[in-house]
Write a protein that binds this ligand. Structure first.
Ligand SMILES: [Zn+2]
Length: 292
């Protein structure tokens, strides 16, 4: 079975090197691509981490991946197996620069490898429904791109959880019914809230990356955390829409092989094809072109 990893990071900073080691990996492009080959991961969607890209219109420029050298949006220089979501610097957005920021993003969105937009509301201390984001949602609608939102637990204690709560996605989902919103990390640990927002809104989807860190034997880990996974499964079954749930790792946080093993135990076998591949193709339509 082919796999699409709909959430990982392709970024070169020291902290990521440590995380990769803990997960039994190396934070290099060569190592990652080899691990993908071994595990039949045919395409990965990197969440943009940061950038010092110059602005052309007076807006803020997207966060991008850079593990294969300094990012070049026009002449894409990351591996062809890596697509990306342009990350929003919400902390730098104002009502004055919001429209110009959408113009900056449009330059990236027009290239084949930019397949979505990513928000980090908890880290940036800005609600997803803050009007500074509206021009970006209009851009997402115009180009039929999904908007991925980091929800739930954060990696740093300077983040503020109220901004990252999955219930906040309900408000933008209602305001922009033609935009697909992806609740990253399924709102971990607020699974009930995340699944309810996806149950109520046809345009909201769940992504299961980054629920656990490190390297482990999938079945032993699954047994050790049986009640956690049963709880997650209970809410996924409550939703009963496995066409709305997608696979991701949050690499370099997680061992790729281990995570595939665990997720195969969490998701009913009959839905593996949708979960690991088909749903991502539908939610991120540009991926289809890249995989041709
Ligand atoms: Zn992530």
């Amino acid at each position: 079975m082919k796999i699409i990893d709909a959430h990982m990071h392709f970024y070169n900073i020291p902290g990521f090197d440590e995380l990769a080691k803990k997960a039994g990996h190396e934070n290099t492009a060569e190592h990652y691509l080899r691990a993908c080959k071994e595990n039949n991961v045919v395409l990965s969607i990197a969440m943009g981490n940061d950038s010092e890209e110059p602005s052309l219109f007076g807006g803020t420029t997207p966060r991008v991946p850079n593990l294969s050298g300094k990012f070049d949006y026009k002449n894409y220089n990351q591996p062809p197996e890596i697509a990306y979501c342009a990350g929003v610097k919400s902390e730098e957005l104002t009502l004055e620069n919001a429209k110009a920021t959408a113009q900056e993003f449009e330059r990236y969105v027009l290239t084949p490898q930019c397949v979505g937009i990513k928000l980090y509301p908890g880290y940036n201390h800005v609600y997803v429904y803050d009007p500074v984001h509206f021009p970006l949602y209009e851009l997402a609608e115009k180009y039929n791109l999904p908007v991925v939102i980091h929800t739930g637990d954060t990696a740093t204690s300077t983040a503020i959880l109220k901004y990252a709560h999955p219930l906040t996605v309900d408000e933008v989902a209602v305001r922009y019914p033609n935009v697909r919103f992806v609740i990253a990390h399924c709102g971990n640990p607020w699974f009930a809230d995340a699944t309810e927002v996806a149950a109520k809104n046809e345009n909201v989807f769940l992504e299961l990356s980054g629920l656990l860190g490190g390297q482990f034997a999938g079945d032993i880990f699954y047994q050790k955390h049986q009640s956690y996974f049963s709880y997650l499964r209970m809410w996924l079954d409550y939703l009963d829409r496995y066409d709305k749930v997608i696979y991701g790792t949050d690499w370099p946080l997680i061992n790729i092989k281990s995570y595939i093993e665990v997720m195969k135990l969490v998701i009913p076998t009959i839905h593996h094809q949708e979960f690991f591949y088909d749903n991502a193709m539908r939610i991120f339509p540009k991926v289809r072109e890249l995989l041709k």
